[in-house]
Design a protein around this ligand. Structure first.
Ligand code: SDX
Length: 497
């Protein structure tokens, strides 16, 4: 809503009203339109810890429309400048590299808390008492056992099916084991989803390596139980190494939530349509699977494997700057200084490599790649810094996880964040401004398609040929071999182009 002609100075300004709770918005709409005839007060949404302010789009639309008679919406591809919800779960300040869960700095939680205690904080809003944490841990552990039908379903996947594909499908399959009426008690499903998510993930891993599934153990901690289900063979008393349990706990604490990232926004979209939480989490995990989002840790390690040695970093960075490659693990929609999680995980890498007792050549490449990128004007000018995925992949590799298992190691902890948003949205609908939270999320669009035109029947002879390239079908060598067989005999002379 600012002047689009540089001969007309931008007259947009905001003036605090007496009550300072709202602002008068007067703006020039365009040089060929009169300024709004009268100022309109817009309610301002402000955060106690954030300097930016937000105006209700509805008020802005009304202010402009009443001045110009034109309904004027904001086009914001990727929602770069759009706020879709109020939330009290996670606060991020991308300029200062600040991240807090329910007001507590991520650095303190990573150092002093456990993943399950952090999950309680995110979901219920405060740190639990000793008794509450014990009760919560027991509820989650008791709900970590799977229906045998779900285990049979998981065994039906190909051995080399991507673990995320198995997990997403199995999470949606869990939804088929609950009755609709049961969905009233969201907290019960919170325990169940948290408990069963790690069992689903462990089973996906065991299926991949051809091992029988381990039953969860309710006497072990959450992360410890996950590693137990992954690695126990026949020992009755197998326990994962406590230092590895702690390392994974820290990884899961920093991955647990991150305000309205792509997958969490997807969760909110699905919950607005009243989807059950299991199916919604399957959808959110699908969004997380993308290499631009939670699939980046896998992409980072594959990128480091492609670079292989320090002397190949420069040519790789040249390709990135020529836009032939992306530097996975770098850049972030919010963090334009540094991602505090990347700093925490970089410290973890050193500890784990020492514990495992291996020299991880990819870590040397990762450190040198980070050093050079941080010195390079291309990345500095675009404020691209290491994000959470830059080092998490190196840690997972050092711990011996298969590369395609990394997105699932991101999804498990992020379920705590998705459930926190799910519960917050449900509470908002009950306790806060009802009008605001019952909308099914449905953004608008700008239509740029064909002008109105009549249907032309196929055999009318008037249908114009399909303009773009002919409909092609990618052919595998197998289908080409088959096709040659079909074309053999009388029409051998036909050659395949
Ligand atoms: C996660 O949102 C969250 O909170 C996500 C997450 C969470 O916890 O949920 O933090 C987890 O998803 C971390 C991000 C993991 N993804 C990657 O590491 C993939 C690589 N990163 C990029 O794809 C990218 O940085 C994004 C997607 C993360 C952010 O992209 P933006 O904010 O939309 O930035 P942009 O695409 O507008 O880029 C601005 C400029 C462009 O250059 P110019 O057109 O100005 O010349 O920066 C360049 C981009 O080409 N750029 C990169 C780059 N990221 C941005 N160039 C090379 N390598 C990159 N990684």
């Amino acid at each position: 809503m600012s002047s689009t002609d540089d001969t007309v100075p931008d007259r947009s300004f905001l003036k605090k009203n007496e009550d300072s709770s709202s602002l008068s918005v007067r703006a020039w709409v365009r040089r060929d339109a009169l300024p709004c005839k009268r100022s309109h007060s817009c309610e301002v949404l402000t955060s106690p810890t954030d300097s930016s302010v937000a105006l209700r789009a509805k008020d802005l639309v009304h202010a402009v429309q009443s001045g110009t008679g034109v309904r004027t919406l904001c086009y914001d591809s990727g929602y770069l400048n759009t706020i879709m919800a109020k939330s009290s779960i996670t606060f991020i300040d991308g300029e200062r590299g600040v991240m807090r869960y329910r007001g507590i700095p991520i650095e303190q939680l990573a150092e002093q808390s456990s993943f399950l205690e952090t999950a309680f904080l995110l979901i219920f809003g405060d740190l639990p008492s000793q008794t509450q944490l014990e009760q919560f841990s027991k509820l989650v552990a008791d709900h970590s056992f799977l229906h045998t039908d779900i285990c049979d379903y998981m065994r039906s996947f190909r051995y080399d099916a991507h673990p995320m594909g198995i997990f997403i499908s199995s999470m949606a399959a869990l939804a088929t084991t609950i009755s609709a009426g049961d969905l009233q008690h969201l907290d019960k499903h919170i325990y169940r989803i948290l408990g069963q998510a790690s069992t689903l993930a462990a089973n996906a891993y065991r299926h991949r390596i051809g091992r029988a599934f381990n039953e969860p153990r309710s006497d072990l901690g959450y992360t410890e139980n996950f590693l137990y289900m992954l690695d126990r063979l026949s020992e009755d008393d197998y326990r994962p190494h406590p230092a590895i349990v702690r390392a994974l706990d820290v990884l899961w604490i920093v991955h647990a939530d991150h305000e309205l990232n792509c997958s969490t926004a997807c969760m909110r979209h699905l919950m607005s349509a009243r989807v059950d939480p299991y199916t919604a989490i399957g959808g959110a995990a699908s969004a997380l699977f993308g290499p631009s989002h939670g699939g980046a840790a896998e992409a980072v390690v594959r990128q480091l494997e492609r670079i292989q040695t320090v002397d190949k970093i420069e040519p790789f960075l040249d390709r990135v700057k020529a836009k032939e490659e992306r530097l996975f693990g770098f850049g972030h929609r919010v963090y334009k200084s540094f991602d505090p999680r990347a700093r925490i995980l970089k410290e973890q890498v050193e500890k784990i490599l020492e514990l495992i007792g291996v020299e991880e050549p990819l870590f040397l490449v990762a450190k040198e790649l980070e050093r050079r990128a941080l010195q390079d004007q291309y990345f500095r000018s675009r404020r691209l810094y290491p994000n959470v995925d830059f080092y998490s992949g190196v840690i997972y590799r050092a711990l011996g996880f298969p590369t395609d298992f990394y997105p699932l190691l991101f999804a498990i902890p992020r379920i705590a964040g998705w459930l926190a948003h799910c519960r917050e949205a449900q509470l908002a609908e009950r306790e806060l401004d009802l009008r605001e939270h019952t909308h099914v999320i449905r953004p608008a669009q700008v239509y740029v398609g064909a002008a109105p035109r009549p249907f032309v029947p196929l055999h009318s002879g008037n249908r114009p040929p399909y303009q773009e390239r002919d409909i092609e079908c990618y052919r595998t060598r197998l289908s080409t071999r088959r096709r040659l067989g079909l074309l053999s005999g009388a029409r051998l002379e036909e050659r395949i182009e």
